[in-house]
Design a protein around this ligand. Sequence first.
Ligand code: NIG
Ligand code: FE
Length: 407
Amino acid sequence: MVSPVIWKHMHLYPGGAMSACIEQAAMVIEHGRIAWVGAACELPARYADLACEDLGGRWVTPGLVDCHTHLVHGGDRAGEFGQRLAGVSYETIARQGGGILSTVRASRATDEAGLFRQAADRLEAMLAQGVTTLEIKSGYGLELEAERKLLRVARRLGTIYPVTVYTTFLGAHALPPEFHGRADAYIDEVCQRMLPALVDEGLVDAVDVFCERIGFDLAQTERVFEAAQRHGLPVKIHAEQLSNSGGTRLAAQYRALSADHLEYLDEDGVVAMHAAGMVAVLLPGAYYFIRETQPPPLAWLRKHSVPMALASDCNPGTSPLTSLPQVMNMAATLFGMTVPEILQAVTVNAARALGQGDRHGHLAAGREADFAVWSVADLAELPYWMGRPLCQRVVRGGRTVFHRHDR
Ligand code: NIG
Ligand code: FE
C-alpha cells in the first residue's frame, strides 16, 4: 500500500472560475486520489505528520486535457507546407489529391509498430507540457483495416503511457480514392461496415464528421450521426472551418458533445449550441497554420454562454502542434481570449467536450490526482511565454510521471 502524501508550498488553480484559486494551498493524495485539498493553514491535524512533497511555491493546475487531436498518423506534410508558402491554398492542395489524402497514403503504408513509434514521440512532447488526458481521432485510414490500425494504436498509447486516451472514429474525414465520385457509397461503408466492426472491438468512444465543402455534406453527416446514435455513441463535428455550412446546427439536433473549429459559425448556430449544451472547441493552431483571417465568433459564444475549449488539433496538415501552452498563447493573441477563459478551456471545458467533465479537468476531494506543476509565479505566464518549457512536473494518479529539474 502506498502511504498518503501531502503536497504543499504550492498555489492551486483547481479548474473552473479563477475565484476558486487557492494561494498557499495543500493537497493530500491517497491511493491515487485527492483525499483533501484546501488552504495549507486549514490542513486537518490528522494529516500533519505525513510525508511531504514541497513544490517550492509553484502553481498547480489540473492535468491538461487536449480534447481534439489527430495524433496517430503516418509521416508529415512538411513538403506541402513548402507549397503553401509558395502560395497554393490548403483547399487547392486537398482538391489535387494532396492534403488529408497524402497522409492517408502514408498511414496505410505504415504498420502498427511504426505508427505507434511516431505517435509516441508526439505524445511524449504533449505529456512534457502538462497533458494527462487526450482525445485521438482516426481518419487517416478511410478503410476498415487501416482505421482499425489507427484506433488500436490510440488505445495502446493509453495503456503504455501515463495518459487517459479517448478515441474518436472519424471515418468521414475525407473521401478515399477508391470511392472517388461516390461519396454516398462511402458513407454507407462508414455506417454499415466500418463503425459496427470497430464498435464491436471496443475501439470507439465517439464519432466525428468533417462537414465541409471539401469534406461531407449535411445529409451525409446526418447519416453518420444516426449510425452513431444506433450504437449509443456521442457525436462531434468539424464544422464551419472554411465556410458556414450549417453543420453545427445539425450537430446540435444530435446533442453533439462539441463542434470544433467554428471560424465561420453564425449567431443562430451559437444559439443552437447553447440550447444543446455543446462545447465550442477552438483550434488556434489550425487557424494560425493555414493563415485563416476570420477568427471564431467569440463575442457570440460569450453572449450565449457557450463553454469554450481549446485543443491542439495536432495533425500533419493544418496544425503540427504538440504544445497546449502554445495553444493558450495563440488563443490569447489571435482570438483575444482572456486568461480565465483560457485556463477553463484546457481543463474543465475540454473535459466536458469529451463528455468526461465528472472525471477530468478539475481538482477536488475524491477526484483522481492528475495534475501539472508549473514553474510560474502568476498563472498569466502560461499563455504569456512562447516556447519556454514551464511544466516542471506531471502527476497522474498521484505518481510523478514527468519531472524536469529547474530552479
Ligand atoms: O482538423 N478538418 C479536417 N481535419 C484536420 C486536417 C487534417 C489534415 O489536413 O490532415 C483538421 O484541421
Ligand atoms: Fe481536426
